[in-house]
Design a protein around this ligand. Structure first.
Ligand code: ADQ
Length: 489
């Protein structure tokens, strides 16, 4: 039975007693910005499955969230300690903002986190930039996060939950000062094999930081195993492979697989809301005015998502199988991401070029094969797009999980659509019913897309049902993570 969102607060209290929850992440759940009108401050909730799922839990428990204060008016809304109570309309917990300078953002965030750790963990060592000042800032900012976390934990017994690759060093800094605290970390991206991770000169420091946790969570068992092997080979930890633990300096860190998911109900309800059928008709009229099938892709503009590879596969499809010209249209939503980094800017230009070439080559007066929307869409609009689509293509070259695959399945309330999914997305391990593809092989991929488009309705519906029935929620994910963690501390 899936756990209801409002059962998580009571579950947490049962598991951890009166201990205070402190969540630590780079991204914050509320951002203050200057509104258009002079002198007005408005609040924005950055979109993201994790922030929207953790926010109600913190509201129920009244803990603290430590994060980078990235909004331009953030500093004007906090007290002298950098704290603000949120949500603004009915304050329930504390948001502790860590203030970063432009140099911090350049070197810690865009530099070490996104030009070293991100490409390394996504098996793209050629894209890494190793710079002493990136590392120096990463260490400094991790120290600032650790100090803020220690202040928020106070003298009380706290449970500290770190998120992601921006904060690999903070756990050790906290552990050294407060050895008795319960510390866990969830790593949202892949953890690479030893042969790749060791390429980083700071691999040992990063691992020692992470090993200070009681629990290191990953999406897949394979990532947890990679982490343990690195801990053994690089940091010299002692590994118990059966129990999946790494012991270093007398401290035991457990590694486990916790595949994340989404708020399934939210997407299902948005896809089934009143008025959606009219919206779907309008979308179809816009994208496939002559009828025919519509495919969608929804990705951040990131090289790990395999956008050029997806477009190449589509190009092969229209080239080799002309029957799909004017009968199959593709809508790619690609939200700009990290555009200050050269590799991302180049990718964006490459994708523009490819789309232009495909449209020049196969387009007609009445039909455009690919519609590229470089914008962010609210979850409700994504749900309508997902439900309308006959096909969704997720072509990641490497992906921790990939939530788009799950959002598409949750929104397919008519069971008409087919999920074409890269075998290199974590989601492929659990989504039985998806048509698996290898995005490095565009010709093979185009054949699989062709098969998917030709799949009879009963077969599509059965595959979709299988995936829908097998899908857990983000609340189940938290339940299993907390249950495991509580058993260790
Ligand atoms: P991401 O790399 O961001 O997350 P993903 O899991 O696909 O990748 O999540 C992207 C999210 O952004 C989805 O919820 C999607 O709806 C949203 N999104 C994408 N394009 C959008 C657009 N144009 N408009 C609005 N929303 C858009 C990292 C890891 C993943 C892992 C997650 C969670 O890289 O592997 O699944 O964290 O742990």
């Amino acid at each position: 039975m899936p756990i209801a969102p409002d059962e998580l607060g009571p579950l947490f209290r049962t598991l951890f007693g009166g201990r205070r929850l402190v969540v630590v992440s780079n991204r914050e759940p509320y951002e203050h910005r200057w509104a258009q009108e002079v002198g007005e401050i408005e609040v924005q909730r950055p979109a993201g499955g994790l922030t929207s799922a953790l926010d109600p839990l913190l509201q129920a428990l009244g803990g603290t969230w430590v994060a980078w204060g990235s909004g331009e008016a953030d500093a004007d809304t906090v007290d002298a300690e950098g704290r603000v109570r949120v949500p603004p309309e009915s304050p329930a917990y504390t948001l502790r903002r860590v203030r970063l300078t432009q140099d911090d953002v350049t070197h810690y965030y865009l530099g070490f986190s996104n030009q070293f750790l991100w490409p390394l963990c996504h098996l793209r060592p050629a894209l890494t930039r190793i710079r002493a000042r990136h590392w120096e800032r990463y260490r400094r900012v991790n120290r600032r996060f650790a100090e803020a976390t220690l202040e928020e934990a106070g003298g009380r017994d706290a449970v500290v939950w770190f998120h992601d690759y921006h904060l690999a060093l903070a756990p050790l800094l906290v552990r050294r000062r407060r050895p008795e605290l319960a510390l866990a970390h969830f790593w949202h991206i892949p953890f690479p094999p030893y042969e790749i991770f060791r390429l980083g000169p700071q691999a040992g420091d990063l691992l020692r930081g992470m090993l200070a946790n009681d629990l290191m969570g990953f999406h897949l068992a394979g990532f947890a195993d990679n982490f343990l092997r690195c801990a053994q080979q690089i940091a010299g930890a002692e590994i118990d492979w059966e129990a999946r633990t790494a012991t270093l300096d007398g401290h035991v860190c457990h590694a486990g697989a916790f595949p994340i998911s989404i708020d399934v109900e939210q997407f299902r309800q948005a896809a089934d809301a009143p008025g959606v059928e009219g919206q779907m008709e309008r979308l179809r009229a816009r994208y496939a005015p002559g009828g025919g099938m519509v495919g969608v892709g929804v990705d951040r503009m990131d090289y790990s998502k395999g956008l050029p590879e997806k477009l190449k596969a589509l190009e092969f499809l229209w080239e080799r199988y002309p029957e799909f010209r004017e009968r199959f249209t593709f809508v790619q939503v690609a939200v700009p991401s990290r555009s200050d980094i050269e590799a991302y800017d180049e990718l964006s230009q490459k994708v523009d070029r490819q789309v232009w070439e495909i449209n020049e080559r196969f387009g007609t007066a009445d039909w455009r094969p690919v519609h590229l929307l470089k914008q962010s869409l609210p979850a409700e609009r994504l749900a309508v797009l997902y439900r309308m689509a006959d096909l969704c293509i997720v072509s990641s070259l490497q992906d921790g999980m990939n939530l788009v695959a799950k959002e598409f399945v949750a929104s397919q309330t008519d069971g008409r659509g087919v999920l074409v999914l890269s075998e290199f997305a974590g989601a492929a391990e659990e989504m039985e019913g998806a048509v698996l593809v290898n995005p490095y092989d565009p010709e093979g991929c185009s054949l699989r897309i062709r098969e998917a488009l030709g799949m009879p309705p009963e077969e599509r519906a059965a595959a979709m049902r299988r995936m829908q029935e097998g899908m857990s929620t983000i609340y189940d994910w938290m339940e299993s993570y907390f249950t495991r963690w509580a058993a260790l501390v």
